[in-house]
Design a protein around this ligand. Structure first.
Ligand SMILES: [Zn+2]
Length: 81
């Protein structure tokens, strides 16, 4: 079982219970729940609006992925819920 930590609340959960956000190394683009062929720096969030907002509000996601998080990406994350 693969466990990952949510950026929003800090809880450790099964990978399947988290949204994976990857900054693809090859293209520098952000991929949400990409397949195993996507390589890059990744962050994880619960399927939970408060975790998404917490991670964005404190710029945690931005710091982990080392890239600015656009309003468009925020909308995409909310759409995953
Ligand atoms: Zn969380």
């Amino acid at each position: 079982m693969t466990e990952r930590k949510c950026v929003g609340c800090g809880e450790i959960k099964n990978r399947d219970e988290l949204i994976k956000i990857t900054k693809e190394h090859a293209t520098d683009s952000i991929v949400i729940n990409g397949n195993s062929k996507i390589f890059g720096r990744s962050a994880y969030l619960c399927y939970n609006k408060s975790c998404i907002e917490n991670a964005l509000k404190k710029n945690k996601l931005q710091k982990i992925l080392k890239t600015p998080i656009s309003a468009e990406l925020k909308g995409q994350l909310i759409n995953e819920l």
